[in-house]
Structures are given as structure tokens and as C-alpha cells.
Design a binder for this molecule. Structure first.
Ligand SMILES: [Zn+2]
Length: 483
């Protein structure tokens, strides 16, 4: 086994443990753990974070607060039982309609919108998350990394992110070229074994049982992937294409569920699931006309899919298409049945806002805040409206509570910066953007914004010394990344 850059990247790529249909069935000789050393947890986290930061800056991560909060809530429900001391898992959605999910080093777990849309129950979605989570808890990822001559983390991360994105058809030519090189070598280089896959299925099923999901969601979904891979095999990205999911693996998972005495325990899906699915579908589709027809069909056929979720999707696509009357009619119908359900309240307020009734929208947000105080999604919606009507100081006060050092909550910093700029507070605005970039690992931009904050005419002496200290920290961080 060599240790060229590409070979190490290949090893790293497999850490990402993609779920893609074909990736499940690599049947390559196992290299044996003895030839590899376990990657330190700190290093693993750092690598995973760097890859995730690349995903963020490339714009493929869905940062819609409602969808983000949803995937997190399902992920955390499964992860609560993951008995790993690493903790702090990060669940995120990738704006890509191909069916895929993956675990990065350090517990970063990504799910494509295509996968969310393709699931038929929340337990199927939870099943995929549990499978990926199991790769993390079983240290499949760390075991795959050679502890020899290390690449510099930022460089490796950038390449890896490029490769993963290229494999999903969303990257530039450079990344695609790397991906091509990898494809040529793939057959000989993957430390990705059937054993790991079966183990992830087994542990995943146990996690599902413990967290109250229907464990059959996992084999159900894999079964459908199996069938789909036979029908649409040519759509699978070239470098992941091989044989379909094995029927044997699916039956083994079902046997395991029977052993656990957990077979046949179906579970009703929460409205959140249907709403998130409809929202993901609307936000990741260009053409509104096809969407409206799709939702309309589903509503009138009264299929077993939740009708309220379909109606929500319908109203959202009407709102996007500028059909305010249609959107209003659907939303009112929804509110009659669910008068206090946050996604419907937010939709209703947004329709007000887009139809030139900001005061009514703001009133709705205030009412909603009584039921859901401190909710992140609500605050960002309300903040947008306050900024639009020029109430910058109110927006700042509201958003200040949402400023937290969380890589998935950086939208609040960007919005706070907008509000501050509106209020004429230029230094504070740049300082907030500096925080935004620093949290997302974009050190260069963070330095730039800090310098702008320092040179702004309204910087106070107190802020100046704080900003200078920050600038020094950022410069050290930049220097560290270089080495
Ligand atoms: Zn897997």
C-alpha cells in the first residue's frame, strides 16, 4: 500500500462512508486494521470540521433555519443513544437531489435533500442517519485513516470536499478532474468493507429501537435503493457505480430486528416530517408549475402521505410563484386545523409580508413568539421583517439573543450585521460579519471584516482594543493553517 497523496485521499474519501446505492457493495480485500493507526479524536474532529467548512463556503449546505432545525432534531433523537463520548454531532442537509448521505470524520453527518424527499417515513430517514451515525460510533472512520505522513488538514479538506461535491455533480472542473483520477484507482484502494456496512446496519437498527423509531425504516429504505439501483443504475455517479445493495444484507438486517423483538411496530409520522419534506422539495426545485401540479395531485388523490404537508408545499410554491391569493387560501385552511403550529404561522406571516402588509406580519410574529419564545427559525423570520420595515434597532435586540458560537447558526450574525448597518453602526456591522466568517472557518474574510471594523469611523476605544485582540487571534489561526 503506497502513501501518495491520491492514495491517502482515497482512504479519506471512504471515511466519508457515502450511502449511495453502489457504495454499499464494494467487495475489496480488507487491508486489516494492524496496518493502520487510529487517528486521534482531536485530529479527526479538526479534519471533519475543515471538510464541513468547505461544504459551507461552497454553498451546498442548506442553511434554511426550518430545515436545519428539522434534520438536527431527528439526528439528535437518534444520537442521544449513540453512546459515544465524542458527542457534538452535526447533522446537515446538502442541496442535492441525488439520493445520498454520508458521515465525515468527527461526527459531521450530511443528508442530501434528494434522500429526504425519497424517504416514505420518518423512520426511513432516521434509519439512514442511524446507519451513518453507527459508522462514527464504531470508529470506522478513524480506522480508515493512515497515521503516516499527514497531509495538511486544510488542503486535504478542500480536496475532499471537492471530490465529494464532484461525485454529486455540483463541482467545478478541477474537482471533477481529481474525481476522475480517483475513479481510476478506486478498485485497488478502498478500505471500505462489507463488514463495516453490516456492522453499521446492526448498530443502526439498535439505535433506532432505543430512540423510538421503527427499525424497519432502515431495511425498508435500503430495499427501495436496491430496487432503484437495478432500474436506474446508470444514474449513479461513475466512481461509485458497482453492484447494487445485496439482498442478503437486507434480509440479515430484518433478521436482526426480529431477534430484537422489534418487528412490525409501525409508527405514525409527525407533521414535522411531512412539512420538512415538502419544504425541501420546494426549496430544491426550480420550476414552480410542476410543483403545484404535484402537490395538487397528492392532495386530491388523498394518498396516504399527510395531506397537511402537501398543502403546506402547495402554499409555499404558490408564495414563491407570487400567487398570494392561492397561498393565502391554502394557509388559512391549514391554520384552521393547526392554529398554533409554527411552520404554518411563519408561512402566514411571510405571505403578509410579501403582499405588502408588514404590520400584520409583525403582529403574527409577536403572537408566535409567545408560544415559541427564543425559537431560532422564528427569530430569523421576524428579524427579516423588522429589517424590511426599517426597525433596525428592534431587529438587533431580537437577534442578539440568537448569537451563539454554533457553526449551524451563523445566519443570525449575518442578519445582525445587516440590521447594524441599517442602524448606521458600521463598525458593529463589520464586527458581526467577522464573527460570521470566523465561525465558518473563513479566516481570510474574518480578518478583512475585523480590519474594516477597526478602521470604521464609529469604532469606540473599547471596541478597538477588543477588535485588535481578535485580529491577532485570527492572524495566528491563519498562520497555523498555513503550516
Ligand atoms: Zn454505510
Amino acid at each position: 500500500m503506497g502513501d501518495t497523496l491520491i492514495e491517502r485521499l482515497l482512504a479519506l474519501l471512504m471515511l466519508a462512508a457515502p450511502l449511495s446505492v453502489a457504495a454499499q457493495t464494494f467487495s475489496l480485500p480488507e487491508m486489516g486494521d494492524s496496518s493502520r493507526e487510529i487517528l486521534g479524536a482531536g485530529e479527526e474532529n479538526r479534519l471533519g470540521r475543515a471538510i464541513f467548512e468547505n461544504f459551507l463556503s461552497s454553498g451546498v449546505v442548506i442553511e434554511d433555519p426550518a430545515l436545519q432545525q428539522y434534520i438536527e432534531s431527528v439526528g439528535h433523537q437518534v444520537a442521544t443513544n449513540a453512546f459515544s463520548d465524542t458527542g457534538g454531532y452535526v447533522f446537515f442537509l446538502v442541496n442535492d437531489r441525488s439520493i445520498n448521505a454520508f458521515a465525515l470524520p468527527g461526527g459531521y453527518i450530511g443528508v442530501n435533500t434528494g434522500l429526504l424527499i425519497a424517504t416514505r417515513t420518518e423512520s426511513e430517514l432516521a434509519g439512514v442517519l442511524a446507519h451513518e451515525l453507527a459508522h462514527v460510533t464504531q470508529r470506522h472512520i478513524a480506522r480508515g485513516i493512515e497515521d503516516q505522513t499527514r497531509m495538511k488538514v486544510p488542503k486535504a479538506a478542500a480536496m475532499l470536499a471537492g471530490i465529494l461535491l464532484a461525485s454529486q455533480g455540483g463541482a467545478d472542473a478541477g474537482a471533477a478532474a481529481v474525481s476522475g483520477m480517483m475513479a481510476a484507482d478506486l478498485q485497488h484502494q478502498i478500505n471500505f468493507t462489507r463488514r463495516h456496512e453490516s456492522e453499521a446496519d446492526r448498530v443502526g437498527v439498535e439505535l433506532l429501537v432505543k430512540s423510538g423509531y421503527d427499525p424497519e425504516g432502515l431495511p425498508d429504505f435500503f430495499q427501495r435503493l436496491y430496487e432503484a439501483s437495478r432500474a436506474y443504475g446508470t444514474n449513479v455517479p461513475e466512481f461509485l457505480r458497482t453492484h447494487p445493495v445485496e439482498a442478503r444484507r437486507i434480509s440479515e438486517t430484518r433478521d436482526r430486528i426480529a431477534q430484537l423483538g422489534a418487528a412490525g411496530k409501525r409508527r405514525a409520522d409527525p407533521l414535522d416530517y411531512h412539512v420538512a419534506q415538502a419544504r425541501a422539495l420546494v426549496l430544491s426545485t426550480q420550476s414552480n408549475s410542476t410543483l403545484a401540479a404535484r402537490f395538487e395531485g397528492a392532495i386530491s388523490s388523498g394518498s396516504n402521505r399527510d395531506v397537511a404537508g402537501q398543502r403546506y408545499g402547495m402554499a409555499l410554491s404558490q408564495l414563491r410563484a407570487g400567487d398570494m391569493a392561492g397561498a393565502r387560501a391554502e394557509t388559512n385552511r391549514l391554520l384552521q386545523s393547526y392554529p398554533e403550529y409554527l411552520p404554518f404561522l411563519l408561512l402566514s406571516a411571510e405571505i403578509d409580508l410579501r403582499s405588502g402588509q408588514p404590520d400584520q406580519a409583525l403582529e403574527r410574529y409577536q403572537e408566535a413568539a409567545k408560544i415559541y419564545p427564543g425559537d431560532y427559525t422564528l427569530a430569523l423570520n421576524q428579524g427579516t421583517a423588522l429589517i424590511e420595515v426599517g426597525r433596525y434597532k428592534s431587529a438587533m435586540n431580537l437577534l442578539r439573543e440568537q448569537l451563539q458560537p454554533n457553526i449551524l447558526r451563523t445566519g443570525a450574525y449575518a442578519m445582525f450585521a445587516r440590521a447594524a448597518r441599517g442602524a448606521g453602526l458600521i463598525s458593529e456591522s463589520h464586527a458581526s460579519m467577522a464573527e460570521y466568517y470566523a465561525l465558518r472557518g473563513d479566516v481570510r474574510q474574518a480578518i478583512e471584516q475585523t480590519e474594516l471594523a477597526l478602521s470604521a469611523a464609529d469604532t469606540t476605544p473599547y471596541h478597538r482594543s477588543r477588535l485588535q485582540a481578535q485580529l491577532e487571534t485570527l492572524r495566528n489561526r491563519a498562520a497555523e493553517d498555513e503550516t
